[in-house]
Each structure stands twice: as C-alpha cells, then as structure tokens.
Design a protein around this ligand. Sequence first.
Ligand code: GLN
Length: 271
Amino acid sequence: MYKPLSCLLTVKNKIKSLPNYENQAMWLCCSVLNMDSAHLLMNDMDISDEQYNCLMEKTNLLISGYPLQYITGDTQFMGLDFNVKENVLIPRNDTEIITELAIKHIGGKPLDVLDLCCGSGCIGLSIKYYCPNSSVTLADISCDALELAAQNAKHLAADVNIIKSDMFNSLSGAFDVIVSNPPYIPRAVIPTLSKQVNYEPKLALDGGNDGLDYYRKIKNDYRRFLKKGGIMLLETGHNQGGELIRIFDGGAVIKDYKGNDRILKLEKKYV
Ligand code: GLN
C-alpha cells in the first residue's frame, strides 16, 4: 500500500530535473490526493491504486513540460485561489505588481475600473476583492478567457461586469482606472521560451513582430475611455519601457524588484 509521504518522495525523485521541483511535487500531490501539505506529511492513510496511478500519470505529464497549473487546474495570485485552464494565460507573479499598484491607487474609493485583456480575470478580480467599493469591468476577446473569468468571479463572489470585446471595440463609458496586461512577446521569441510557456495560448502572448502591436492599439483609443484625472497602468516586457514612452509620447516606467521594466503608468490630466 502507498502512503502520502511515500507518494511525495516518489514524485520528488521523478521530477528532480525540473526547477523548483520540491514545491511542484508538493503542489501536485496535495492536488491529486486532495489533502493539504500538513496532512500529506503526517497522515498515515492508505492511498488507493487508482489515486497512485493518477498521480503517476500527472507526474509524467509534468515531466513532459506540461504546466503544473494546467494539471491541477488552479494557482495562487495576490493570495487568492484562481482556476486556470488551457487556452487561457496562467497568472504570473510579475503581474501582482500592476495589481498592487492599482489597489493602492483605488483604496476605498468607488472608482470605475477596466481590466482590458482580462484572461483568467486575475488582475480585475483581485482589485474587486481588495477594493470592494470599486466597480470593475473585465474585457477579453477570447470566449475561453471570459468563461474562466466568470467562473473565478463566481468563486470569489465578485460582482463584476464581464464583456466580450476586441480591445476597446465593444466597450462604452469611461473609467477612472484602466489596467491591462496585453500580449507583449515579440513573435519570433515565443518558440525560444520554455516548453511550459509554449503550452499557453499564442493569442495571449504574441504581441506581433516587435511585441508592441497591442500597445499601439491601446494608444489609439485609450483617451476616450479614460476619465479626466484617470490613470492607465500597462504591464510591459522587461525592456520595452523606452519604446512605450515613445509610442505613448510620455508616461512613467515602473521597474519590478529585479530592476526590469514592468509597468507603464499614464495619467490623463486634461480632457
Ligand atoms: N490579464 C491576464 C493576466 O495577467 C491575461 C493577460 C493576457 O492574456 N495577455 O494573466
């Protein structure tokens, strides 16, 4: 008979070549055996053959490069649980920075907020969770993304508007805060990224030849959708700050903890 701890050790041994393998093994075992880490380490219950086989199957998927988050169907973002699924970008730690900035800016104020290219909804739903007085709209072109965002909204009990829109095309009204993490990877770079990233949707990654196509689209329309005194925060690639200041003819680049360009902040001071 298999025990939880022996399962964990077996998985750890099998995935030793993966980065951060100890945490990945723990996360996978907790998910498949349906127990938290304390139980996994202490509980002496028997693991059925069926559960064990399922765990080994998923371990092999992980070894083949399939992302852990797609295997378990969930991830953590801003201290909250988010469902994830294929065809929708997996929320990144890097994206917590733009989310934190927006949350700090909004505080308890009843502001209108737009999360453009919402994907799983991780940015906009975290904002609604931590700033419950805000009124949040999530928009994306992908039906898979919208379906997942709706599922995450339900599970976080977040009352938000979810709209299918190709960038600003189907949106109306104006917002105090626009946040967006648009696709920004230069097309030719995508195949050079990790196997895991290449399981994620191209639509959510591919920013055209130089990675900046979506910023150009945003630049053309955003002022109409931003109220006077409003701000827009855009996540950027690690070296795109300079180019973005040129495209938007202004703005401030905010770096992440590693010193990389991470956010472009724009303010609309006048009508
Ligand atoms: N806003 C989502 C995220 O940050 C999706 C972004 C995207 O699909 N490019 O994860």
